[in-house]
Design a protein around this ligand. Structure first.
Ligand SMILES: Cc1cc2nc3c(=O)[nH]c(=O)nc-3n(C[C@H](O)[C@H](O)[C@H](O)COP(=O)(O)OP(=O)(O)OC[C@H]3O[C@@H](n4cnc5c(N)ncnc54)[C@H](O)[C@@H]3O)c2cc1C
Ligand code: SF4
Ligand code: SF4
Length: 433
């Protein structure tokens, strides 16, 4: 028979939005369960370099929140786990099934020493470095992961046993199986975030074919302190680039790829990266090809102006095609929108500012029909008056699960969700008296 556990609130997703909602509620005395499908909490923010518009270090802001969440006496976290069959039996009574996937490493015993990694002979692409480098089949996800423990990627493991022999804590365990736990909660927060647009869906940009065409997330990883190389390098030949182009709206505002909406963060994260590149590579030229610059938030327009003052070139241009020329350099063919003339320009590295999309499979977690908006984000019952409430009573949405937004707006959205849930739970407590 499977175990059963009871909490006040189930938070699905442990990015900045889920953590913020969980902490707000836990600090008011509510018992919170966070379920995160990844090996570590932290979401996308833990992988970013510095953040617009202040250029504060992203990890320095997020890791204290990550630790506070992990240590909070009112918060229980299950990583590498998923929930399904969320069934509303009555008001304040949701039942769900939690599935904990096996790491094949005893989480409580692993010290994160990484001796297993050194011994493992299998290397595959590292998803946490967005495929820029390799990782082993047994691996600690990344240096600031929480929990900082190893896991075995069983699909790629050759079962050679080398990790078992070297592990000083004796915590490799190939007998682990999926564990199921029955959950009972009074309320649910969906904080499942976003996924990134797959740029291979626009073949004319050459991503996956021309190695020096990278995504902005790959550039982000090259700019963080925990970066894979100790400088910004072209993947094809390891050369330091000196003429970098950004292509904005790659997979956003584009009916032809099924995503007609603005991703809201790509203009600003590209401007941010351009400024960071000017610091990292003082001799490099950076050109941003854009359709419109959307610098709508507090301090954003000043940040945009600052990048111009630093020497970033902005061209209002629609990219038709990217071709590889000699030495891995790239020729961009574009329509100069101001003059209406088709032009060409050569760069030695191209960054695609890929858009944000809704995550898959969110509604299938629920037994009742969870409504989505036309772009597959969680439908907000009343976007003006009640933006955190989903269509099912007692179910709330926080952060980018409801649409593209930046970190400050994700935190505000999580704040709104937690305030509404606290009110909802209080109403239930008053009713019981
Ligand atoms: C390249 C790039 C640079 C950026 N730079 C900036 C910046 O400088 N400043 C800024 O303000 N914003 C920036 N952003 C935007 C920022 O990343 C988002 O605003 C922020 O990460 C949103 O947080 P979130 O918690 O809503 O979603 P996420 O960070 O996506 O977190 C969602 C979490 O939910 C988990 N999850 C998903 N589905 C499930 C499931 N079914 N079950 C359990 N768990 C699940 C995921 O694994 C993840 O941990 C940038 C974005 C990109 C792509
Ligand atoms: S058993 Fe698997 S994870 Fe362990 S060292 Fe061998 S290949 Fe790597
Ligand atoms: S599994 Fe063992 S060897 Fe690997 S990091 Fe954990 S304690 Fe170290």
């Amino acid at each position: 028979m499977s175990k059963s556990e009871e909490y006040d609130v189930l938070v699905i997703g442990a990015g900045i939005s889920g953590e913020e909602a969980a902490l707000n509620l836990a600090n008011q005395g509510y018992k919170i369960l966070i379920v995160e499908k990844d090996l570590s909490v932290g979401g996308k923010m833990i992988h970013l370099s510095k953040v617009f518009p202040t250029l504060d270090c992203s990890a320095c802001i997020t890791t204290p929140k990550v630790s506070e969440t992990a240590r909070h006496p009112n918060i229980t976290i299950y990583t590498y786990s998923e929930v399904s069959n969320i069934d509303k039996k009555s008001k304040y009574d949701f039942r769900a099934l939690l599935t904990k996937h096996p790491r094949y490493v005893i989480e409580e015993a692993c010290t994160g020493c990484q001796l297993c990694e050194e011994a493992c002979p299998v290397t595959v692409q590292d998803q946490y470095q967005y495929d820029l480098v390799g990782r082993k089949a047994v691996y600690v996800p990344f240096s600031i992961a929480n929990p900082r423990v190893a896991a075995i990627d069983i699909e790629n493991c050759s079962l050679c046993g080398a990790c078992e022999k070297v592990c000083p804590a004796d915590c490799i365990d190939f007998t682990q199986e999926e564990e199921e736990i029955q959950i009972k909660v009074k309320s649910v927060v969906i904080a499942t975030g976003f996924k990134l647009f797959d740029p291979t869906l626009i073949p004319r940009y050459g991503f996956g074919v021309f190695k020096n065409v990278v995504t902005a997330m790959q550039m982000e990883r090259q700019l963080v302190p925990t970066r894979p190389y100790n400088n910004v390098l072209r993947p094809k030949d390891g050369k330091v680039p000196d003429n970098i182009a950004y292509v904005l709206c790659a997979g956003s505002r584009d009916e032809t790829v099924g995503n007609p909406i603005c991703s809201q963060v790509c203009c600003m994260y590209s401007i941010k990266q351009a400024q960071l590149l000017m610091g990292a590579l003082p001799m490099a030229d950076v050109t941003i090809y854009y359709l419109h610059i959307r610098s709508f938030g507090k301090g954003f327009n000043e940040f945009y102006q600052q990048s111009k003052d630093m020497g970033v070139t902005f061209i209002k241009g629609k990219i038709g095609k990217i071709e590889e020329i000699e030495e891995g350099n790239l020729k961009l063919r574009y329509e100069d929108i101001e003059s209406g003339v088709v032009k060409e320009a050569n760069h030695d590295m191209v960054v695609l500012s890929t858009g944000i999309l809704a995550n898959d499979g969110i509604s299938s977690m629920f037994k009742d029909k969870l409504e989505l908006d036309p772009f597959n984000y969680v439908m907000q019952k009343d976007i003006l008056a009640n933006p955190a409430q989903a269509n099912i009573g007692g179910v709330y949405v926080a952060g980018t699960a409801s649409g593209p937004m930046d970190i400050p707006d994700s935190i505000l959205s999580a704040g709104a969700a937690s305030a509404e849930i606290a009110g909802y739970l209080k109403e239930g407590e008053d009713h019981e008296k």
